[in-house]
Design a protein around this ligand. Structure first.
Ligand code: ADP
Ligand code: MG
Length: 578
């Protein structure tokens, strides 16, 4: 250790380690999940390189993970045959934090956020300090000799070339020297349980070193007979495979618990998913997909809509190709999580993007349809006996995405518009679909009326709609900033015109249109002197002053012309509300 080079941790790293070391968090076993997940990532990387050049695998052709413990030494080790780290990698990757959002994470943690979310923040490695008093990382990368990284937390770590030479072949061993209060983990059963709990769905075999009672045939020296042997029982160390063989998305008999725990291992979400879609697509392009709708859109908290990581992992023939494909679902469906596995794409698809955009487009189209279909089914189901309506819960959480879709996905406009929900004067506290609105329309009503703004109750009381309400017409209340944009991009629904009552150029549904028009014309003429005088008072502020038949008790109101931005949209663009 004296020959080792000393390096300083980035300040953020020291802060993160400090939080872990002093954490009273009870699920300390997540250190194993994070370390196995890093090993699995490293295996993904070498497997990906091997697609185009299998010489990178050298003698280490098997891609796997090994977990072992040593009671005497108080250590637990996780070894992978992944890509490994060069000396520079060790210093950079285990001494600094690459991902942005760390500061937020540290703040969130200090404010009591669940530590369970670490995986999302690129600090998983340091969770080893939940149980470790010292961490030793030995790593061999193809481009460098084997090096050892060592740390007892604090402000510095050391790195040294391994005096033993290359013992790993290729890959990384993380050895954790356990704190006195974490000695539970030098136990076969606890380790097995922990791996099953968190890492069952890791795509590489995970082996645990266990002591097994075995029978062995040995030569019986006491015996005169040369053939004679005897059976003895003895304890030997053996590798035991702990995780599943077959990827869950290829299986048929998956239980709800398995779906949920796969979702959690995939997304690092601590909640169960709201729903999932597991299907095989056939035809022009064949693939298998397992997609999830999360319960909450927690990701929005830390990432924004335009720079989100791709939500769906693409596998080709069971090999994870990339997590960076934005093309698999349209952006407005980026809250969906899951995996897509296809045999129809070449393994190097990520490198030859352009050539395969056609297949990717097909995948995108099919996946999108399937998701919208699933949502429609959820919507059709309605409320259960307890009054719980899953689709409404979904819409409250992800409705904005549906509305964005309406603006961005022309091809699926009809499907998306069926998924829209709005409040309405029919019931201010319940979201309604456009179909239900139409079902309640008055005889002879040709327009779907809506009013937009930011406050449900105020909108309901708006002078603009009192006359309509009095006559028994229902008005949709659009109180989400994005609503009016979405509805504007729709124009009509089921051949029914969507009428914004906040603008001038529309007429009340009258029993006798001819009479009404005559009456209005007469009134306009009669009051011309008054309206002309009013216009003269504020010449540059208004387009026109006119007589309206749409008001009830109120003497006057300011509205927007048909061609201009509505008052609500003007308000929104001023505030950039979304
Ligand atoms: P994340 O996995 O989100 O990047 P971690 O804190 O878990 O964040 O790991 C930090 C980095 O350390 C990884 O991105 C990787 O570069 C490196 N690393 C950790 N463990 C391994 C490993 N077993 N093999 C290769 N690299 C590793
Ligand atoms: Mg990690």
């Amino acid at each position: 250790e004296t020959d080792a080079e000393k390096h300083e941790f980035q300040a953020d790293v020291s802060r993160v380690m400090d939080i872990f070391i002093h954490s009273l968090y009870t699920h300390k076993d997540i250190f194993l999940r994070e370390t196995i997940s890093n090993g699995s990532d490293a295996l993904d990387k070498i497997r990906y390189l091997a697609i185009t050049d299998d010489t990178v695998l050298g003698d280490k052709k098997d891609l796997e993970l090994f977990i072992e413990y040593d009671k005497e030494a108080r250590t637990v080790s996780v070894t992978d045959t992944g890509i490994g780290m060069t000396k520079d990698d060790l210093i950079k990757h285990l001494g600094t934090i690459a991902k942005s959002g760390t500061t937020q994470f540290v703040e969130a943690l200090s404010a009591g956020t669940d530590i369970n979310l670490i995986g999302q923040f690129g600090v998983g490695f340091y969770s080893n300090f939940l149980v470790a008093e010292q961490i030793i990382v030995t790593s061999k990368h193809n481009d460098d000799s084997q090096h050892i990284w060592m740390s007892r937390a604090g402000n510095t770590f050391s790195v040294i070339e391994d005096p033993r030479g290359n013992t790993l072949g290729r890959g990384t061993r993380v050895t954790i020297k356990l704190k006195q209060d974490a000695l539970d983990f030098v136990d076969e059963e606890i380790l097995r349980k922990t791996v099953r709990k968190y890492s069952e769905f890791v795509q590489y075999p995970i082996y645990l070193r266990v002591k097994k009672d075995v029978s062995k045939e040995v030569e019986d020296e006491d015996s005169q007979d040369e053939e004679k042997s005897k059976i003895v029982r003895e304890k030997v160390w053996q590798w035991e495979r702990v995780n599943e063989n077959k990827p869950i998305w290829l299986r048929e008999d998956v239980s709800d618990e398995e779906y949920s725990s796969f979702y959690k291992s995939l997304t690092k979400d601590s909640k169960d998913p709201m729903s999932w879609i597991h299907f095989t697509a056939e035809g022009e392009v064949e693939f298998r997909a397992l997609l999830y709708i999360p319960k909450t859109s927690s990701s929005d908290l830390f990432r924004n809509y335009y720079s989100q990581a791709a939500p769906i992992k693409l596998y080709v023939k069971r090999v994870m190709i990339t997590e960076d494909f934005q093309e698999l679902v349209p952006r407005y469906l980026s809250f969906i999580r899951g995996v897509v596995d296809s045999d129809d794409l070449p393994l190097n698809v990520a490198r030859e993007n352009i050539q395969h955009t056609k297949i990717l487009k097909l995948l995108n189209t099919k996946i999108t349809r399937k998701i919208l279909q699933e949502l429609q089914e959820m919507a059709d189901e309605g409320a259960d006996e307890d009054g719980f309506n899953e689709y409404i819960e979904f819409f409250k959480e992800f409705g904005k995405h549906i509305k964005l879709g309406l603006m961005e996905d022309g091809k699926n406009k009809a499907r998306l518009s069926k998924l829209l929900r709005f409040y309405s004067t029919y019931n201010l506290n319940e979201l309604t679909s456009l179909d239900d609105y139409i079902g309640r329309m008055k005889e002879g009503q040709e327009d779907i009326f809506f009013i937009a703004g930011d406050d449900k109750v105020k909108l309901d009381q708006s002078p603009l709609i009192q006359k309509l309400k009095k006559r028994g017409y229902e008005v949709l209340i659009l109180d989400d900033p994005i609503d009016e944009y979405a509805v504007n991009s729709l124009h009509e629904y089921e051949k029914m015109h969507l009428q914004n009552v906040g603008i001038d150029e529309w007429s009340l549904p009258e029993e006798n249109e001819e009479d009404a028009r005559k009456k209005e014309k007469k009134l306009k003429k009669y009051y011309y002197v008054l309206t002309d005088w009013l216009r003269g008072l504020i010449p540059n502020k208004v387009n026109t002053v006119t007589i309206s038949s749409k008001l009830d008790d109120e003497p006057s109101i300011v509205t927007t012309g048909d061609s201009g931005q509505s008052a609500n949209m003007e308000r929104i663009s001023k505030h950039q509300a979304f």
